[in-house]
Design a protein. Structure first.
Length: 137
């Protein structure tokens, strides 16, 4: 894999993974609500994917960053003030479509399957989705 170029380091206009852990003592429900509010803030870029952790209060998201203002927002915690947050640009995900192309490539190379083949098993699937503000549908 090639090392980042000065252009890569200078702009980092690509997908970024944001990993966030809530402060100790915060309930998962409160953390989930706050993270949903965080990803709903459109000034952070297009949220391509997100999920919440089962084993502790926290979550991750992948944002497609297309300008310097969105990149700067990654350093602003917003509703996640007091959380431990890390954001990292992704090498093989230049945009949202590229993120899913990389997911498909990973499945093909490491598990001999594809995204369009659907889930391997229903076991462990959740029958709900969280929406901003903590509701579900």
């Amino acid at each position: 894999m090639p090392e980042p170029t000065r252009s890569d380091e200078g702009t980092q206009l690509c997908c970024h993974l944001v990993y966030a852990l809530a402060p100790d003592g915060m309930s998962r429900k409160e953390a989930d609500n706050l993270f949903n509010d965080y990803v709903a803030q459109v000034e952070r870029g297009v949220v391509v994917h997100h999920d919440h952790f089962i084993d502790r209060a926290g979550a991750f998201a992948v944002f497609e960053i297309t300008d310097e203002a969105q990149k700067a927002m990654l350093a602003q915690p917003g509703p996640l003030d007091g959380w431990t947050i890390a954001a990292h640009p992704l090498v093989f995900s230049p945009d949202g479509a590229g993120f899913f192309m990389q997911a498909d490539s990973t499945l093909r190379h490491f598990r001999s399957t594809r995204l369009d083949q659907g889930p391997v098993a229903e076991k462990g699937s959740h029958s709900y989705a969280l929406v901003p503000g903590g509701g579900s549908y």
